[in-house]
Design a protein around this ligand. Sequence first.
Ligand SMILES: Cc1cc2nc3c(=O)[nH]c(=O)nc-3n(C[C@H](O)[C@H](O)[C@H](O)COP(=O)(O)OP(=O)(O)OC[C@H]3O[C@@H](n4cnc5c(N)ncnc54)[C@H](O)[C@@H]3O)c2cc1C
Length: 433
Amino acid sequence: MAEEKFDVIVVGAGPSGNACAYTLATRGLKVLQLERGEYPGSKNVQGAILYANALEQLIPDFREDAPLERHIIEQRIWMMDDRSYCGAHYRSEDFNEEKPNRYTIIRAPFDKWFSRKVAAAGALVICETTVTELVRDSSDKVIGVRTDRDDSIIYADVVVLAEGVSGLVGTRAGLRSIPKPDTVALAVKEMHFMPQETIAARFNLQGDEGVVIETAGTITKGMTGTGFIYTNKECLSTGIGCLISDFTETAQTPHGLLEAFKAHPAVKPLLAGSEVKEYAAHMIPEGGYKAIPQLFGNGWLIVGDAGQFVNAVHREGSNLAMTTGRIAAETIFDLKTNNQPMSAANLAMYKARLDDSFVMKDLKKYKNLPQTLENKHLFTTYPKLLSNAAQTYFRVDGQDKKSKENAIVKSFFTTRRVKGLLGDVLGMARAWR
Ligand SMILES: Cc1cc2nc3c(=O)[nH]c(=O)nc-3n(C[C@H](O)[C@H](O)[C@H](O)COP(=O)(O)OP(=O)(O)OC[C@H]3O[C@@H](n4cnc5c(N)ncnc54)[C@H](O)[C@@H]3O)c2cc1C
């Protein structure tokens, strides 16, 4: 590979790198994609929900051969305290549509499938190769990369960093700083295997229908975080994650949190009798809009998790990764077609196009939410108050309904006081608008 020159080098074969390399290769550019893992997906962790729209824009007929688990017909959102949960369930027959909107997937087979598409489109995909540094010329333009294979330089007009949340290549090159502990969550996940019929019976499902459950509350022991349970064909993916800054300030461990989550009376029966075959831990960038680093420069672009592109509120990451990868590729293609250099001024078009897309619009909408979610009452006081309110309301015990309603309202005011309640409601409303 010594002295070989490519139009584009893509670092990483997750959803963002694959979307980018696929878009470029299908348009005839000479693309090299480097992945440090043994195979694409070997280093990747996700819940995982796949949002069809982002993939459909790249591979419209993906449903024909992609390794999809279940299409999601029901979404549950649980606010949990130690013995209860209350929340919302939405289930609709409409989700049994011809082209379902969301699926559960398992990342290792999914990433392998996606990578085969990238290679079939004409990109050169090389695994077990870690990019160790970016190489620049005397004008500071990125002109290629070095890898751990040998010391030679591989040249390209532009390098796309799709290296995921830790983003060491970009950090080492001074393109971005190390993400702060309060902008990154650490999540752990297990795969619980059980017969398909058991999953169907426990979640009231037929065929490939699926249910996903997102949870928050006292399960994170006062830390900012969430848990999840997703139905796959023959297993449940379950996990929990919290901000790294919170873990460093408490004696809690991710493993301890997951064990407690699995033992919760609402979760334990769903997992009963299962066999755990996989355990994984991974970081999730959750800093949102304000944590997005510089995304382009002289000869380089950043896509996906490396750019903090995760919408933590809506649990969306892979679709933002694919969309940023696609938009980066379209920008490069347009510049190349018009014989324009890959300069910072020209690559700024990538950021402008992102600003116009749902990716930036959504992250901007929630720009103040990460700070608002640092309010620990949301994960301690409120789940208990909600649970007590629901229990008071639903118990039939001879007490009249008006007195019950007064007791519920009083419990909120005596626990959080007027000032606290107003502050919490206003803070949430401001962060949500
Ligand atoms: C527990 C968990 C649950 C999640 N659930 C969901 C979900 O349900 N739905 C959803 O949409 N998103 C979810 N996400 C987020 C989603 O996984 C990410 O947003 C998405 O994977 C980002 O894709 P990416 O390509 O940017 O990065 P990654 O998927 O992390 O891929 C980066 C790739 O780059 C490679 N790499 C890194 N450094 C180098 C190097 N120096 N040289 C060569 N290769 C390198 C890595 O090996 C890796 O393959 C979840 C994340 C976690 C951790």
